[in-house]
Design a protein around this ligand. Structure first.
Ligand code: PLP
Length: 427
């Protein structure tokens, strides 16, 4: 297969044989028929691979997981029913009650709640770090029971670019994997595994689907983390699983160990399975990801440049702007572009910000980013409204921050809409 990701997103994951359907069939079947109960037993023992129940695996979903796996340059991958499920599974696959996570504080609000509230209830503690901290500060966040480091490659919504080297070094020097949510840049613009990241997650709901149609998630494992080297830290990976007649994932499944465990334990028990039809829609939409990302980035660059010179705006964050705090990191890790999301400040307080957004005509107010249609959101008033002002500051989401997701329309129309809305509320 080509090593051009924009070719892989079209061609990867499904190679029909002579006379077979050109596109992957939608296997709308909960179950799979066998003629021998002996063979079914082997499937249940994991001594033979094969489909038997769609809660665990489905052929349509697997073609799409395989496409994403190839795009990220991973060893194995799985789809989940949402990005939330992907991040939860990626962490819970290796963390038990009594364990600890180090996480960047600049992450999606839903993930912050998952780690800070729900996972704490399960007895998994977390230390949040400012992703721009010094290596020493990052080092100090680790404990003897730390089992994973979590960060976003490009943070939602503050578009901070992760210093991969710093996070990879810290995680590996403490013998734990680095898990990176790569939702915003997508593998078109950034392939975290190339920088040493062990496990990549996605909310495929965003650019991957790209049309605001299906919620979904994905986990991609590089297969590079050496579980056996830190066997005592990761008993779930390195000791026999009684619920599967004593298989030992890290020994018996090679580079597929992490994904196999997440599939047969977490999918089996928690069932956050995507519907095959949703996987199929995602797979179809992925074919255009390369051209869409290019257009999203071109549009965002034009809009960011326009906003940056406009006196009605107090500041603009977009890593594509030469003066941006993250421009250098973006050049290093995402040289072809970042994403279509811009953050900017509208002075004048909550009411003024809301009034500007209400005056927009084409750009919609939506709890979404990263689809073909431009949309905008006021995080401090919506997705991040549970956070205190202090936590907002920590998450890089000020009270004046507007998040704008540039779609794939003509950039001039996005700019014209912003211009009239800012004019409409002149004081
Ligand atoms: C949206 C999002 C999620 C959550 O994904 P859902 O598909 O909405 O469950 C996780 N991480 C990031 C970076 C996101 O943008």
């Amino acid at each position: 297969m080509s090593n051009h990701v924009d070719t892989t997103c079209v061609q990867g994951g499904y190679q029909p044989n002579n006379g077979e359907p050109r596109t992957p069939p939608i296997v709308a079947s909960t179950t799979f028929k066998y003629t021998s109960s002996e063979q079914m037993s082997r499937l249940f023992d994991l001594s033979e691979s094969g489909y038997f129940y769609t809660r665990l695996q489905n052929p349509t979903s697997d073609t799409v997981a395989q496409k994403i796996c190839e795009m990220e340059g991973g060893a194995a991958a799985m789809l989940t029913s949402s990005g939330q499920a992907a991040n939860f599974f990626a962490l819970f696959n290796i963390c038990n009650a009594g364990d600890h996570i180090v996480a960047s504080s600049a992450i999606y609000g839903g993930t912050y709640n998952l780690i800070n509230v729900t996972m704490r209830k399960m007895g998994i503690e977390c230390t949040f770090v400012n992703p721009d901290c010094t290596p020493e500060e990052l080092d100090a966040a680790f404990q003897s029971n730390t089992k994973a480091v979590f960060a976003e490659s490009l943070s939602n919504p503050s578009v901070k670019v992760l210093d991969f080297d710093k996070f990879v070094n810290a995680a590996h020097s403490h013998g734990v994997p680095l898990i990176v949510d790569n939702t915003f840049p997508t593998p078109i613009n950034c392939r975290p595994i190339e920088f040493g990241v062990d496990i990549v997650t996605h909310s495929t709901t965003k650019y991957m689907d790209g049309h605001a149609t299906v919620v979904g998630g994905a986990i991609i494992d590089s297969g590079n983390f050496d579980w056996m080297k830190y066997a005592e830290k990761f008993p779930g990976m390195t000791q026999p699983d009684d619920s599967y007649h004593g298989v030992t994932y890290a020994k018996d499944f090679g580079k597929a160990a992490f994904i196999t465990k997440a599939t047969v334990q977490l999918m089996r028990d928690l069932g956050s399975t995507p519907a095959p039809i949703n996987a199929w829609i995602l797979g179809t939409h992925l074919e255009s990801l390369g051209v869409r990302m290019q257009r999203h980035c071109e549009n965002a660059q034009k809009v960011a440049e326009w906003l940056a010179q406009d006196p009605r705006i107090s500041w603009v964050n977009y890593p594509g702007l030469p003066g941006d705090e993250y421009h250098e990191l973006a050049q290093r890790y995402m040289p072809n572009g970042t994403c279509g999301v811009i953050a900017f400040g509208v002075p004048g307080g909550r009411e003024k910000v809301s009034a500007v957004l209400d005056a927009l005509k084409m750009i919609a107010i939506a709890t979404h980013v990263a689809d073909a249609r431009s949309c905008t959101l006021y995080p401090a008033g919506t997705t991040h409204r549970q956070l205190t002002e202090e936590q907002l500051e920590e998450a890089g989401v000020g009270i004046d921050l507007v998040r704008l997701s540039c779609g794939i329309e003509n950039a001039d129309d996005i700019i014209a809409d912003l211009d009239q809305a800012l004019d409409a509320v002149k004081d």
